[in-house]
Every structure is written in structure tokens, then in C-alpha cells.
Write a protein that binds this ligand. Structure first.
Ligand code: B1M
Length: 210
């Protein structure tokens, strides 16, 4: 039987091999990918965050835990549900300028891909002008902005402003997300949508691109 506490503990202890072993064991037990993510890996990263905040874990350890999580997510990626429908929606996704967090953004990208969208993952620390350039280059219909820091949330507004200034606002739907982001903030900065997690981001992306 799958023990999510063991998975959480492995991640919090930055034990890459154990984390991978437990994810593989959970898959062999037939545990759904969503449960492994939410009850195991994301729950573990939440504890890592609390420990980081309290000074019980330091950046190098947090990075090790994040790397272990990234490898586990890579194992899960091919198993995320495939959508049978036609590919719809050309998406660009990136973490805004000044922000280096990418695990959640990558998960969102993977879920959108699994839902049938074509996703161009731009990476982290993406400046407003680079989003603008990529909208043109990739002919994007959806732009997803991720921010994990309260200090980088204003960069989402600056990115939207740059898209407006480039006269591209009518061509794209803009979605925002990340732990500190809320629907109220999304409304305030003029985004078209907010999603609190990767699954709802994929659903929203499909709705917006319909
Ligand atoms: Co950072 N960090 N970090 N960190 N870090 C947080 C975010 C923090 C909450 C930790 C804490 O103090 N409790 C805190 C932010 C406080 C705040 O602003 N309110 C914090 C801080 C302070 C910092 C530094 C400033 C620390 C320092 O240097 N003193 C620094 C900043 C660096 C920078 O970005 N410029 C920093 C650095 C780092 C690491 C590099 C060490 C590492 C990142 C490694 C990496 O990403 N490759 C790191 C990590 C790992 C975290 C925590 C522990 C985990 C984040 C994570 O990956 N969660 C985090 C604490 C926490 O969140 N509990 C923390 C798992 C992930 C699956 O969830 O990213 O929320 P999440 O994504 C979710 C949803 O938010 C949503 O869907 C995802 C999946 O369900 N979502 C979207 C995300 N993006 C979306 C986009 C969308 C839609 C939905 O578009 C439409």
C-alpha cells in the first residue's frame, strides 16, 4: 500500500533515490498520477517551503528537494492523461522576470500539453519584451504567466502592459497563476483567467482557446 508520508519524508530529506523509488512503487500499485502529485510530491514541497520559511532548511537543500521533485515529475509526465481531441491552442508559458521558480510552471505546461495544447515553455526570469517577442514568433493564442514571489507579482502586470503596448492584447488570452496569485489579483491586472493548480490551468486553457 502506498505510504504518502514516506514520499513526503523522502522529498523533505532531499533523498532523490528514495523519492524516485516511492513514486515508481506508487505507480506499480496503480495509484493515480494526480494523487501521487498532490498527496505526495506537492505536499512534500509545501513542507519544504514551511521549513525554508522557518530557517530549518537552507537554499542548497531546497534546491536538492526541488531537483528530486523535478525528476519524479519527469517520470510522471508520460502518464498524464492524453486528450483525444484535436490539438488546440498555441501556448507560451514562462515564469516572470526576477523569479526563478519553475516546478509549478513546468507542471502546468505538462498538463496543458496532455490536454492537447501545443506548449512552448520559455523558462524562468522572462522579461516582458521577451514574452512580446515570443507571442509573435510562436503565434501564441494563450500566454501563461507564473510567479511564486509576492515581489514578482507586479511583473505580471508589467508583462500585460507590454503586451497591450505592442498592440497584441486582442490576439491573446492571458492566464496567471502561482502560489501567491489570486483571482482578485488576476482581475486587478487585467488577466483573462487565473488557475490555482496545474489541472485547472489545463481546463481553463482549453476553455479560453475554444
Ligand atoms: Co523559493 N520561495 N525562494 N525557492 N520556494 C517560496 C515560493 C516561498 C513561499 C518559501 C517560503 O518562504 N515559505 C518564498 C516566497 C515568499 C513570498 O514571496 N511570499 C520563497 C522565497 C522567499 C525564495 C527566495 C527569495 C529565497 C532566498 O533567496 N532568500 C528565492 C528567490 C529566488 C528567485 O526566484 N529570484 C527562492 C529560491 C528558491 C529555490 C531556487 C531554492 C527553489 C526553486 C527551484 C525551482 O523552482 N527550480 C525554491 C523553492 C523550491 C520554493 C518552494 C519551497 C517550493 C516551490 C514549488 O516548487 N512548489 C516554495 C514554498 C512553497 O511553495 N510551498 C518557495 C511546488 C509546485 C508544484 O507548486 O509552484 O505553487 P507551485 O505551482 C502550482 C500552483 O501555484 C500553480 O500550479 C502549480 C501546480 O499545481 N501554478 C500555476 C504555478 N504557476 C502557474 C501558472 C499558471 C497557472 C497555475 O499560469 C496560468
Amino acid at each position: 500500500m502506498t505510504d504518502f508520508n514516506a514520499m513526503i519524508n523522502a522529498l523533505v530529506s532531499c533523498d532523490r533515490d528514495k523519492s524516485i523509488e516511492l513514486v515508481n512503487a506508487a505507480l506499480a500499485d496503480g495509484i493515480p498520477v494526480g494523487d501521487i502529485l498532490n498527496q505526495g510530491l506537492i505536499a512534500g514541497m509545501d513542507i519544504v517551503g514551511d521549513k525554508m520559511e522557518n530557517g530549518d532548511m537552507f537554499i542548497p537543500e531546497v534546491l536538492m528537494a526541488a531537483k528530486a521533485m523535478g525528476e519524479c515529475v519527469t517520470i510522471l509526465k508520460p502518464l498524464m492523461s492524453e486528450d483525444e481531441g484535436a490539438r488546440g491552442g498555441n501556448v507560451i508559458i514562462g515564469t516572470v522576470k526576477g523569479d526563478l521558480h519553475d516546478i509549478g510552471k513546468n507542471l502546468v505546461g505538462m498538463m496543458m500539453e496532455s490536454a492537447g495544447m501545443t506548449v512552448h515553455n520559455l523558462g524562468v526570469d522572462i522579461a516582458p519584451e521577451d514574452f512580446v517577442a515570443q507571442i509573435k514568433e510562436k503565434d501564441a493564442q494563450i500566454v501563461c504567466l507564473s510567479a511564486l514571489l509576492t515581489t514578482t507579482m507586479p511583473m505580471m502586470k508589467q508583462t500585460i502592459d507590454a503586451i497591450v503596448e505592442a498592440d497584441l492584447r486582442d490576439q491573446v488570452k492571458i492566464m496567471v497563476g502561482g502560489a501567491p496569485v489570486t483571482q482578485a489579483f488576476a482581475d486587478e491586472i487585467g488577466a483573462d483567467g487565473f488557475a490555482s493548480d496545474a489541472g485547472s490551468a489545463a481546463k481553463l486553457g482549453k476553455t479560453l482557446s475554444a
